[in-house]
Design a binder for this molecule. Structure first.
Ligand code: GLA
Length: 729
């Protein structure tokens, strides 16, 4: 709900879980409150005078809870908006001019956002606040939509003056809290160990979480949260900010000398500037703010619902995903039609539904040194083309999927020989290669059009049901051959806008295709990509134990339905660890389940186990994709991991022990969010390997308060168990 109180001059935005109160004083837009819901009609204007009680030596703005700090009039922190005028002046003085309340949320020009198109929410009233700089003519339009328990925010900058302005800071959202007693929560990592949960005290410091890579990146996710030191998974406050964007970003928490904290998220000023000519508008990406006093699980569950149900517009967003086999770790570049069909045959006998043909099917791509850009079939590997293999896979009762890496170009490719200027590069500098490849300059419309043309032809050349869209390196020499010198700092953002245009066109042209995004695993696992593609390959690291941390961390923001999770070979190809088929499959249950190994090399016993899991997953996948996901025991803190999925009828408990323990201490896991008085019974199949006493009926309160003893029927390292509880009344 959005209310404006004429008398107090306060805006009150609220849902069942939060209130967000804005005030205008001396033309400045102030954030008076963000937290638990206030009683309707609460007037917070009494708080205002306290902000003005600073020593006369201090500038007032340092102490004010500014919603949109800028430079030059008394704020000495990093600004959220800054425009430099033709005289070189960076003073940016934006003052309240007007507001309006729109009945619906509008899509963002050229950018993905939540709750638009077919992903709309029933209620999406939107507040727009107009701020103006009278001298330069810069206007900032701040937009706020209450979407269930989340607040979607963005900013549009308009040049209503007569001179060109250079935008150097353009955050999407920020707000101030009257305390510095916070910890910063973020998702840190690197290739093969993405999105590990990190929690550090803020103290008096300034914390910057960022990417300058031209992609959201493996290293940090476009997400930051502030939480109280006492906040746990299930209790106490947490404020999350997540950016719907796939390029470089900056999330920042700054403590003022008066112990308030300003937190913001948006484009990274190190990599993004924009020239705004008179009459032009710049749209900043959308940020999604979530407040919960029910701890990190409370926050995550709000993000999960929103990102699962109201972000991706694909017809696949709400559908059960096929169980797949991907040939990458089975064959790498060494395959032919015969090998693929042998994999498919075995897969089909296990009940697997989709064969994904990964890298190596095009050009002369027999290793990773060449051919990106040459999107035509290698006839030696696939003599009957894509349509031939797709047809034969179809005859086995399976669907066919394909890998592409369209944003890239190998210097050893026909495309590069024809268009050496189509990659990002800077005059006079060598072109830095990553995995022997360069990046196509998607800021150029001719390159975008080319990609749309060539991919349309590939996707329509065969019966293709799934596409894995990869992107395996980050930007260097972020310059464009077509842009004049003064616009070069726009290249990265223009690239992302170009990428979004290509994705928009292709996903609309091929609505039946299930798209999965990938970037050397999880190097672009962000809400921007999830808007176009409902799932992402979570990590190139498919080791079951490493995946516990990666999937647990990813779940801080993203739903299980967004994560690709595959059973791969042992010894694991990334780290050499050996784990059982059960452990690998029990971990892969936590995402979109699939296989990525050579089925022809599996023992009969492993094949039988794999088959049993395929059957089990067909029964469970609705629950894992749509149920409420709760983290129970953290692999970052203990030798154990546990999580659960719950819907109205069932609860799936998954627990894992990493290393064996001598003479082990008995441990329990406490389920969450069940109906206390409801009765639950363990599924017969799961109960058969548990002690007799588990074959009884439990109340929800017993499972939550007294807990479930963790029973291991195996000794040794890396063991797991999954238990389904059926609600019986
Ligand atoms: C990336 C992906 C892998 C695989 C390879 C192919 O590393 O993350 O899953 O597709 O590229 O080259």
């Amino acid at each position: 709900m959005i209310e404006y109180n004429e008398k107090s001059g306060l805006f009150h935005l609220s849902s069942d879980t939060f209130s967000y109160v804005l005030a205008v004083r001396d033309g400045r837009l102030l954030n008076l409150y963000y937290g638990d819901p206030l009683t309707p009609g609460t007037d917070l204007s009494y708080l205002l005078s306290s902000y003005y009680q600073v020593s006369s030596f201090e500038q007032i703005e340092q102490n004010l809870p500014l919603e949109l700090p800028s430079v030059g009039t008394g704020w000495y922190g990093d600004p959220s908006v800054q425009a430099i005028g033709p005289d070189g002046n960076n003073i940016t003085k934006l003052r309240f001019a007007d507001y309006k309340i729109l009945p619906h949320k509008e899509p963002l020009e050229g950018l993905p956002s939540v709750g638009v198109g077919s992903a709309r929410l029933e209620k999406d009233e939107t507040l727009e606040i107009l701020l103006k700089d009278e001298l330069t003519g810069l206007q900032a339009i701040l937009s706020y939509t209450v979407l269930d328990s989340a607040l979607a925010r963005s900013m549009r900058l308009v040049n209503a003056g007569s001179d060109e302005l250079l935008l150097t800071h353009m955050a999407s959202a920020g707000f101030s809290l009257p305390s510095r007693r916070f910890e910063v929560l973020h998702l840190r990592g690197a290739w093969a160990r993405e999105r590990h949960i990190v929690r550090t005290p803020l103290g008096q410091a300034q914390v910057r979480i960022q990417s300058q890579r031209g992609a959201s990146g493996h290293e940090e996710n476009p997400f930051i949260a502030l939480l109280a030191p006492e906040t746990t998974e299930n209790a106490d406050p947490v404020y999350g900010l997540s950016l719907v964007y796939s390029g470089s970003f900056l999330a920042e928490a700054q403590v003022s000398p008066f112990d308030s904290t300003y937190v913001s998220i948006g484009l990274n000023p190190m990599t993004h500037q924009w020239h705004l000519a008179p009459g032009e508008t710049f749209q900043c990406p959308e940020a999604v703010l979530v407040y919960s006093h029910e701890g990190m699980n409370g926050m995550s569950q709000i993000y999960h619902r929103l990102y699962r149900d109201h972000l991706c517009r694909s017809e696949w967003a709400g559908k059960e995903r096929p169980i797949l086999i991907n040939n990458w770790e089975a064959t790498y570049f060494r395959f032919d039609e015969r090998k693929l069909l042998s994999l498919a045959k075995k897969a089909s006998s296990l009940g697997i539904e989709l064969l994904v043909l990964d890298d190596g099917w095009f050009g002369v791509r027999n290793d990773d040194r060449r051919s990106l850009g040459d999107w035509y079939v290698n006839p030696e590997k696939l003599p009957h083309g894509l349509s031939g293999i797709a047809k034969k896979v179809g005859e086995l009762g399976m669907k066919f999927g394909l890998w592409v890496e369209p944003e890239m170009i190998s210097p050893d490719s026909d495309l590069y020989r024809a268009h050496p200027d189509w990659c990002l590069h800077a005059p006079g500098r060598s072109r830095t290669e990553g995995r022997h490849q360069l990046i196509l300059d998607l800021s150029r419309e001719d390159v975008q059009d080319y990609l749309i043309r060539v991919l349309t032809s590939v996707f329509s050349s065969a019966d293709i049901s799934y596409v894995k869209w990869d992107m395996n390196r980050n930007m260097t020499e972020s310059f464009s051959a077509l842009l004049p010198p003064h616009l070069q700092m726009e290249t990265q953002h223009r690239y992302i806008l170009g990428l979004y245009r290509v994705l928009n066109t292709l996903t609309e042209a091929f609505p039946h295709i299930l798209f999965e995004s990938c970037s050397g695993g999880g190097g672009r696992f962000d809400p921007g990509m999830l808007y176009f593609m409902p799932q992402t390959w979570t990590s190139d690291d498919s080791d079951a134990v490493e995946r516990l941390k990666i999937q647990y961390g990813t779940s801080l923001v993203y739903p299980a339905s967004a994560m690709g999770a595959h059973v791969s070979a042992v010894p694991n190809h990334q780290i050499g660890r050996v784990t059982s088929m059960n452990m690998r499959a029990d971990v892969a249950i936590g995402g979109n389940f699939g296989f990525e190994l050579d089925l022809d090399r599996l023992s009969d016993q492993d094949l039988a186990t794999a088959k049993a899991y395929v059957q089990k997953l067909k029964d469970l996948r609705r629950l894992t994709a749509r149920g409420t996901f709760t983290r129970l025991i953290s692999p970052f803190e203990t030798n154990y991991t546990a999580w659960q999925f719950a819907d109205e009828k069932r609860v799936l408990l998954c627990y894992y022990r990493i290393l064996a323990e001598p003479n082990p201490i008995p441990h329990r896991v406490y389920l969450k969010g069940l109906e206390p008085s409801a009765l639950y019974q363990i599924d017969e199949a799961d109960a058969s390997s548990l002690p007799e006493s588990f074959r009884s009926v439990f109340t929800g309160s017993a499972l939550m308060e007294a807990g479930v003893p963790m029973i291991w029927d195996k000794t040794g390292d890396f063991v797991s168990r999954t238990i389904v509880f059926h609600k019986v009344n």
